[in-house]
Design a protein around this ligand. Structure first.
Ligand SMILES: Cc1cc2nc3c(=O)[nH]c(=O)nc-3n(C[C@H](O)[C@H](O)[C@H](O)COP(=O)(O)OP(=O)(O)OC[C@H]3O[C@@H](n4cnc5c(N)ncnc54)[C@H](O)[C@@H]3O)c2cc1C
Ligand code: FES
Length: 358
């Protein structure tokens, strides 16, 4: 072979290999460019194969993602338009039959391997990252603390909604209901229970200090006070579920408590109670407001003289026909499910029962 052809052959081989690599990359899910079209007219371009949740976050579109992408919260839903690959088994507990038929998926479980078109609630497009400086930390019980942040710009939210805190160093976020007055846009507060072995709560309880600044996104969530409603309100919470209810009560006080509102708070023993005197004092100031704290297993040394028993039994005892009421519930999944059953037994329509489980 004439040596003059050698470089030509080498270059040709290199060109063919490069083309093959590009094609594999494009069609078998390597690092090629892909487009995500959001709500028909907003397009972001990504490269590499990553989850839709990460791709959107990297492009400053913040879907809620309160478990940090572990498929345990179900908050990161979006709709895949014209692309009906069945959801993964990990998604099924969070999707209704109707949602599956409409193409709703958990964005943290969808890998972007080709161009896709998605629908998200328009409000999500307004969510942005904020930086909050810790200005107060208060230990409320042996395992619950309140943290107050100072924001450089307004952080608008509805009473009942939640924010997400990013744990520095591990780029994972967790959801925390906003516990403060929605009039104060510069100082959101959260109430956080230490979960044994928990990544975020260990950071918040053991490492976060006054003066630290952390990344916060929000506000998120469709659990919030129906401000225009005139229906009497039942509120039920346990543990750190106090957080969104506190914000809702601030709003009701702001409205001068125009409708009857009863707040049931369930705890095991006296050491799990907090803000008891605070809410009992509010009840003295507003005749329409009633506070009913209850202990399920009071200790003798608690010298507890108020309500005793499971919160479901306490609610049953203190209420009659609830068909004209609405409810706001926040606490563990087991507690919420049991309370919903009681409220329905008392005639409350399902569409008037609002809740956040965690
Ligand atoms: C909408 C929403 C609002 C929330 N608001 C609040 C709030 O106001 N205050 C608050 O304290 N928490 C709230 N949470 C829960 C919070 O987002 C975290 O899940 C929780 O703090 C645990 O995070 P972690 O990183 O410490 O635990 P992880 O590291 O995520 O979990 C560690 C271990 O604990 C288990 N675990 C996780 N969460 C719980 C739990 N709640 N109880 C028992 N075991 C658990 C996990 O399965 C895992 O085995 C909310 C959650 C949602 C979805
Ligand atoms: S982020 Fe929690 S399920 Fe997707």
């Amino acid at each position: 072979m004439n040596p003059i052809y050698t470089p030509i052959i080498i270059i040709s081989v290199l060109v063919v290999v490069t083309l093959v690599v590009i094609l594999i990359d494009r069609f078998l899910g390597g690092g090629g460019e892909r487009k995500i079209t959001i709500n028909k007219d907003n397009v972001v371009t990504i490269s590499g194969t990553e989850t839709a949740l990460n791709a959107l976050t990297n492009n400053k579109i913040f879907l809620p993602s309160s478990c940090g992408g572990k498929a345990t919260c179900g908050t990161c839903k979006f709709r895949l338009v014209d692309w009906h690959e069945p959801p993964k088994p990990t998604e099924l507990p969070f999707l209704s039959k109707a949602e599956i038929e409409e193409g709703v998926r958990l964005s943290c479980q969808v890998k972007v391997e080709s161009d896709i078109s998605i629908e998200v609630p328009p409000s999500v497009l307004n969510v942005k990252p904020f930086f909050g400086k810790v200005i107060e930390v208060e230990q409320l019980t042996h395992d619950i603390r309140r943290v107050r942040f100072e924001m450089k710009e307004d952080f608008p939210f509805k009473p009942g909604q939640y924010l997400q805190i990013e744990v520095p160093g591990i780029e994972t976020s967790r959801a925390y209901s906003i516990a403060s007055d929605s009039k104060d846009l510069r100082h959101p507060e959260v109430i956080i229970r230490l979960v044994p072995g928990g990544v975020a709560t260990k950071f918040i309880h053991k490492a976060l200090m006054i003066g630290d600044t952390i990344k916060i996104t929000g506000a998120f969530g469709d659990f919030f006070l129906q401000e225009e409603s005139k229906r009497p309100v039942i509120m039920i919470a346990g543990g750190s579920g106090m957080a969104p209810i506190r914000s809702i009560i601030y709003k009701l006080m702001d409205q001068n408590m125009p409708r009857k509102a009863t707040y049931f708070f369930g705890a095991r023993t006296k050491k799990d109670l907090y803000y008891t005197d605070y809410f009992l004092d509010i009840a003295k100031m507003y005749p329409n407001f009633k506070y009913i704290p209850a202990l399920s297993t009071p200790l003798p040394e608690d010298e507890w003289e108020l309500d005793e028993g499971l919160i479901t039994d306490v609610v049953r005892r203190h209420t009659e026909d609830l068909s004209g009421h609405e409810a706001y519930l926040c606490g563990s999944p087991g507690m919420i499910d049991a309370c919903i059953k009681v409220l329905k037994e008392k005639g409350m329509p399902e569409e008037h029962i609002h809740f956040d489980k965690f």
